[in-house]
Design a protein around this ligand. Sequence first.
Ligand SMILES: Nc1ncnc2c1ncn2[C@@H]1O[C@H](COP(=O)(O)OP(=O)(O)OP(=O)(O)O)[C@@H](O)[C@H]1O
Ligand SMILES: [Mg+2]
Length: 326
Amino acid sequence: MEQPDLGELMSGAIALRQLGKRYGRKWAVRGLDLVVEPGQIYGLLGPNGAGKSTTIRMLVGLIRPTAGEVFVWGRKIGVNGVAEDGGVGALVEGPAFYEYFSGYRNLAMLAGLSKKVSGTELEWALHQVRLWGRHRDKVGSYSHGMRQRLAIAQALVPRPRLLVLDEPAQGLDPQGLTEVRELLKELVAQGTTVLLSSHLLHEVEQICTHVGIIAKGELIASGTVAELLASDEGYEVTVASAQAATAALAQMALVREFSQDAEDTFTVWLHEDEPQQLNAGLVDAGVGVKGLRKKRTELEDVYLQLAADEQPLLAAAGVGERGEAP
Ligand SMILES: Nc1ncnc2c1ncn2[C@@H]1O[C@H](COP(=O)(O)OP(=O)(O)OP(=O)(O)O)[C@@H](O)[C@H]1O
Ligand SMILES: [Mg+2]
């Protein structure tokens, strides 16, 4: 169907309309419609080669779309449009740091590339990512997590209303991941909108309010994390005695519904997500519980399948010509 012409304005922090990018004969991204509203932490989730970085590069004006349009804060942008706008901070390719320079000096140089920045702005960004105090140390002495935070600091310097981060959690250990998550939550509490990409469902689930799943260049699902992960699959319970379990499950107020799937296996749906109470209830009723696990949501199945299908695409990637500076 023909889309109505909405002119130069579109609502939302980000609106992508029928966005596409073709390399040679292959569409890296195709027909992408996506809206991020102010205040969201939107996770673009997809396996390697899905088109996340390509989408983000178009979004921040690093590469030119083959088709479709990008709107940021209601304004249509072209190549370099976002950088001039000031409303967006981005971490796309992890910036290369000078190992022998301090974090502060690296940040000053990176930030100085786009415009003149003051010491106050740099200090604020370093405080945000909790590197103030270590900012005089050489980057060579930084851990991976600290480098990642410095990279995020660089995106924060213009105090953007919209922060766009390509794989911000890449390579972080659980501690680093927690730090990045806390940082993003704080920024959102201060009014920042965030779009990030990740290939890990678990990460997106923990950090984001909204998620879009991209596979082979196309958006195949989107919604709130709660919507997409809403598990109505129930719990799988393996018991020693099916008869005793049937009687006990029928008595329990917590149990909404149950079905027997096999000799010793039941699926149990609960009114409240309290599996430990289910376990305790069964044990109290004298039922031996051999196993209890949450059944996977459809989304997880879909996503795991996608990730498993994904083959290394080096041959198709046009290795060595990824950069496409305007
Ligand atoms: N400059 C380029 N030239 C040719 N093909 C490219 C180029 N950049 C990306 N592609 C192709 O576009 C597809 C999407 O790549 P993209 O980097 O956007 O994926 P991604 O989702 O970011 O993957 P990853 O999780 O590995 O970072 C891939 O098939 C890739 O090989
Ligand atoms: Mg990528």
